[in-house]
Design a protein around this ligand. Structure first.
Ligand code: DX5
Ligand code: ZN
Length: 226
């Protein structure tokens, strides 16, 4: 299981120090939550390509950066995130009109492409794209802010994706990673691993008042090991 910290609940003046700490603790993937003040229900604005570019310069080329685009016009602006240095661009199925074209554009630009879908969107909508994408992200909270409660009802979506992806890998060799995002903590990470998740985004479970990133990560890794 890969743990991908979300910096959404961080003190943004401390981002550089926090990514340093995460990498020192053994993290090799960082999840960047982009909200444009329009698409998410609570109209949050987070940060954009300039900050991402600074993070890329800070972490070097060995760390995987993904951007989770919770924005209305991903079809027009995805390339700004590609140019800022992310490896993987994750777009919401609910927010994109021509997903076929967007996947093609992102992959032709040499970037990996992921599709994400909300808790109330059926998994069937994502299945037709599994032969063309690198990752599928299952939202286990309604996107908009960190620190929300995990929605266990996403279990069937993950199990369905696991079955389809395993079958596809056997038939064609094409693998797709399953990522989960929202409310993942030490107490539920083993559960989602058992369902078939490959990568867990962890925001408030890693960056909080309770402990350092290293202490919180150790707690999560202990939970996974037991
Ligand atoms: C929600 C974001 C998540 C989230 C993760 O809109 O996509 O990445 O902030 O934070 P926690 O782990 O606190 O739910
Ligand atoms: Zn996210």
């Amino acid at each position: 299981m890969i743990i991908a910290p979300s910096i959404l609940t961080a003190d943004f003046c401390e981002i550089g120090n926090l990514v340093d700490q995460a990498i020192d603790a053994g993290i090799n993937w960082i999840h960047l939550d982009i909200m444009d003040g329009n698409w998410v229900v609570n109209k949050t604005i987070t940060f954009g390509p300039a900050i991402i570019n600074s993070i890329r310069k800070r972490v070097g080329d060995e760390i995987t950066l993904d951007c989770h685009l919770m924005i209305t016009n991903a079809e027009d602006t995805w390339d700004q995130f590609a140019n800022a240095g992310v490896d993987l661009i994750i777009v919401h199925i609910e927010a994109v009109d021509n997903m076929d074209l967007l996947i093609e554009n992102i992959t032709n630009a040499g970037k990996k492409c992921g599709i994400v879908f909300n808790p109330d969107t059926p998994v069937d909508q994502v299945l037709p794209y599994l032969d063309r994408i690198d990752l599928v992200l299952v939202m286990s909270v309604v996107p908009g802010k960190g620190g929300q409660s995990f929605m266990p009802e996403v279990e069937h979506k993950i199990r369905t994706l696991r079955e389809h992806i395993d079958l596809q890998r056997e038939e064609s060799g094409k693998d797709v990673k399953i990522m989960i995002d929202g409310g993942i903590k030490a107490h539920n990470i083993s559960l989602v691993k058992e369902w078939g998740v490959d990568i867990s985004v962890v925001g408030s479970g890693l960056i909080n008042e309770k402990g350092t990133i290293k202490e919180n990560l150790n707690e999560i890794q202990d939970a996974l090991a037991n």
